[in-house]
Design a protein around this ligand. Sequence first.
Ligand SMILES: CC/C=C\C/C=C\C/C=C\C/C=C\C/C=C\C/C=C\CCC(=O)SCCNC(=O)CCNC(=O)[C@H](O)C(C)(C)COP(=O)(O)OP(=O)(O)OC[C@H]1O[C@@H](n2cnc3c(N)ncnc32)[C@H](O)[C@@H]1OP(=O)(O)O
Ligand SMILES: CCCCCCCCCCCCCCCCCC(=O)OC[C@@H](O)COP(=O)(O)O
Length: 377
Amino acid sequence: MGLLQLLKSQVLCHLFICFVFLVSGIIVNMLQLCTLPLWLVNKQLFRRVNIRLAYCISSQMVAVLEWWSGTECTLYTDPKSYSHYGKENAIVVLNHNFEIDFMCGWTFCDRFGVLGSSKVLAKKELAYVPVIGWMWYFLEIVFCKRKWEEDRKTVAQSLQNLQDYPENFWFLLYCEGTRFTPKKHEISMQVAESKGLPKLKYHLLPRTKGFWVTVNNLRGKVAAVYDSTLNFRDNEAPTLHGVLNGKKYHADLYVRRIPLESIPEGEAECAAWLHKLYQEKDSFQEHYAQTGRFPGPITNPPRRPWALINWLFWCGLFFYHLVLLFVQLLSSGSMLTITASLAFCVAVSVGVRWMIGQTEIDRGSTYGNKGVPLNNN
Ligand SMILES: CC/C=C\C/C=C\C/C=C\C/C=C\C/C=C\C/C=C\CCC(=O)SCCNC(=O)CCNC(=O)[C@H](O)C(C)(C)COP(=O)(O)OP(=O)(O)OC[C@H]1O[C@@H](n2cnc3c(N)ncnc32)[C@H](O)[C@@H]1OP(=O)(O)O
Ligand SMILES: CCCCCCCCCCCCCCCCCC(=O)OC[C@@H](O)COP(=O)(O)O
């Protein structure tokens, strides 16, 4: 093990990275709160400012993935589609099998310059996660309770609000609605069977209502659907812990650009279209399993320096102040101050441990775990 790799495996380094993320994130959240009055005066300026503030947070995770762990991300797509990426609004449909799939998504957003503005249809529970969940309020992220009776109005309204969004964004949809587990797969294939749909090997049966409502409420604003299929080399199941430990993964993403006009408007037709798309996605994963690659040419976007610069800025700032604080603490000799500081560090570690838990599939929800009729948790 080289010296750098040894450093990357040190718990103290992980604590420092997490501390920087949490404290800088809360500072940015507070700045976002201060921008609220702007909404009343100049909504578009509010949005542009918040895109940049959000970048300060999400790009830290991109920097850790790209520069700390050195994870490589390969893009399989045709050059004609490539020329559109980052220059238009798009709905991204992605498989949901991996704990860090959202980080890989963010990496591609950064490479095409849409990281700050990108959006997702996220489960409501994530809105309460400090830093990221709070940041999402100011980005007008669309939240759902995964209860259609309650979501149908709120989701449509939140999507309509994006019609006059001033900068290009990608809107991510995990149509499977939850992360892949063998149990959820088995149950969703029973549903597929009961609906007379072909079985999928690598995906859960997609939930079609969110897709239908998204496509129809973003019509006129969004140019295309990016059908994206992600996998990792060597059958890896990457984790955030692995990334923090400096483990290098290799992600492969296959993207097809599908013009929005080609997607049917009616609910039943749109649902049938999505089921067919997932059957195709399944065949791409089968191709990957057989050959170790996706079909089509590789066109790799280079990583950009901004995420690294932002991360180094925050790390430098906090390192300097932490050293100062440490020296002052020791020289003060006050047991009370030392105990309070230790308690603060423990609280940060516990908070971060809980946040990392949100990314872990083993700690995931029971949504999709129960047979038909469906009960949400
Ligand atoms: C060039 C590069 C390209 C790409 C780069 C890649 C990506 C980058 C892009 C952007 C990045 C931006 C941000 C990313 C950052 C972070 C993201 C992190 C996490 C957030 C993710 C989540 O929170 S996922 C969970 C929430 N989202 C969803 O659930 C979306 C999908 N769900 C839906 O659409 C649902 O329809 C719904 C939520 C709107 C409503 O759900 P509900 O359950 O109430 O209703 P449904 O109608 O869907 O369910 C009932 C129907 O389903 C059938 N059923 C029953 N059981 C099952 C089962 N087990 N499996 C499947 N189907 C089932 C049932 O029979 C009903 O059928 P109907 O025929 O009546 O519809
Ligand atoms: C700079 C690096 C610092 C790293 C350490 C700091 C901790 C950061 C933790 C970030 C937590 C952010 C959570 C948002 C992403 C959650 C992704 C996700 O995949 O959600 C799951 C849902 O889709 C479906 O849920 P399930 O029904 O499967 O349950």
